[in-house]
Design a protein around this ligand. Structure first.
Ligand SMILES: Nc1nc2c(ncn2[C@@H]2O[C@H](COP(=O)(O)OP(=O)(O)OP(=O)(O)O)[C@@H](O)[C@H]2O)c(=O)[nH]1
Ligand SMILES: [Mg+2]
Length: 210
């Protein structure tokens, strides 16, 4: 059994490919959080933890490209805006490292120890997926399946799952060995995984930290 997986073996994929319906159709990743576009904020927090990073976006690609990492839109095989698993497919098709981690663009305060903690759990349990479990506003711990570390060899399984009409991340990961990693340990910020679906939520998040 390996002790853990080095961050250098992981490609981080920033998921910014959604419609942003609850944000009035805005391209969420380009909305400012304390003056920095959400996707760039995510990139700055993620890059020190992983070997490679890419952004998955479907609109305003030039704006995302200006952040200096590769940007890939969904190939469209699942139909337009078919959900986060389309971004997982895009990432797995481009991933050149043994592991891939997805992170959404709308959760700017996510834990700075995200990668080592998921990597340690994946290695310890010899699992295919390590998924964040974090407290929501009501204090209940829930899986946050868009924060998902996986083996890069999962593309074939995902192709089969989506070809059968599957669109839910947790329904797919449930077909494999998945470890949930709790982020409610002593010292963890209970608000670290709060995300912004609306502009009001984005402004609430901005108010949490200077
Ligand atoms: N590649 C890709 N990513 C998506 C798609 N839909 C959602 N996502 C991403 O998945 C993550 C979680 O999605 P949501 O929070 O629902 O974001 P959203 O779909 O843009 O917003 P709503 O339209 O309000 O649901 C976000 O990081 C989105 O960018 C999609 O069709 N393709
Ligand atoms: Mg959505």
């Amino acid at each position: 059994m390996i002790d853990t997986i080095d961050g250098a073996e992981i490609t981080g994929v920033i998921l910014a490919g959604g419609r942003g319906t609850r944000m009035g159709g805005a391209d969420k990743g380009l909305q400012n959080f304390n003056g920095v576009p959400l996707a760039l904020h995510t990139l700055l927090r993620l890059s020190p933890q992983v070997g490679e990073v890419m952004i998955n976006a479907n609109r305003n690609l030039a704006a995302y490209e200006s952040f200096g990492v590769p940007v890939w839109p969904d190939a469209g095989g699942l139909g337009e805006f078919s959900g986060p698993l389309a971004g997982f497919i895009t990432g797995l098709e481009r991933c050149e490292t043994p592991y891939m981690l997805t992170v959404p663009c709308d959760t700017p305060l996510f834990c700075e120890e995200l990668v080592p903690r998921l990597a340690e759990a994946l290695a310890r349990e010899n699992a295919d997926f390590a998924v964040v479990a974090a407290p929501e506003e009501d204090g209940q711990l829930r899986a946050q399946p868009v924060f998902c570390l996986m083996r890069a060899g999962m593309l074939e399984s995902l192709a089969v799952f989506t070809a059968g009409g599957g669109r839910k991340i947790d329904a797919w990961t449930a077909q494999h060995k998945t470890v949930l990693v709790p982020f409610n340990q002593p010292g963890d910020d209970p608000r670290a995984f709060f995300n912004a679906n609306t502009l009001a939520e984005l402004h609430q998040l901005e108010a949490l930290r200077p």
